[in-house]
Write a protein that binds this ligand. Sequence first.
Ligand code: GRG
Length: 286
Amino acid sequence: MKFKKYLENKKNIIDKALDEYLPPEENTPSIVHKAMRYSVFGGGKRIRPILTLATAELFGRDTESVIKTACGIELIHTFSLIHDDLPSMDNDDFRRGKPSCHKVFGEAIAILAGDALLISGFGLIIKNIEVKEIKKQSILKVLKETSFYIGTENMLGGQVEDITLNDEDIAKEYLINLYMKKTASLICLSIRVGAILSGANQKQLKALTKYGENIGLAFQIVDDMLDIMKDQRDTGKPNYANKFGMKESKSESESLIKEAKDSLNIFNSNAETLKSLADYLLTRKK
Ligand code: GRG
């Protein structure tokens, strides 16, 4: 119950900040601003920015010190969902139970709204420079990290494999590697940026990266299980649960979460929130 309240509280803070940072709908080009807001306020769980805030808390930093970067990551996540749903990618008519961005605004505006969110995401990360106690050097490092973790070697590369691979040919190691790029990289980035802005040392960053990679992989496997439970078995996309079964998916995701939590032991009891977040990802229903 206490943790549920924590999640709700952080989500409210993030929603309020996003509303403040995004351009008002009536500002030109109004149609693009409407599309951006439609997708950003479409019912997302805000897992990634919550991870950034929780990581900063681990180092005794407050929400204010990293909220702009946290929201920047959420805008980049939303961009990726809009583009992922496009007819030329996954061709999904629905996102979070509502018509996807291109179904409401048309393909051209959805592409532009996605582009605008990606650009604004970087803009918000840079705006974090306004926080006095954050070192300028760490903002530059976060920008470098962001372009790496969403680039061709990571998120974008994972998406390329996801839309081009023939599901039948995929070995388990290959699929795990694809998930590491497509999904775990942005989740891992959310944690790393919180740590970098908070002045983490190399040992701490390494432990948090291991945590991020493992929860990121578990997150995608759980996502696949939820898709199967919603009877979305035949999307034509690689799906771990479809390929290796629900039992194996459950045990793999549980062992990844255990490994993730174990890697935080160097932080002693200070990492309880991040450990609870890992458990939540395993039990989430949407
Ligand atoms: C980075 C330039 C560049 C391109 C991105 C489109 C694309 C290429 C990547 C898409 C990757 C993608 C959609 C991965 C799926 C990750 C996933 C399971 C998303 C769902 O995350 P949730 O459940 O979403 O956190 P909510 O709805 O809560 O916001």
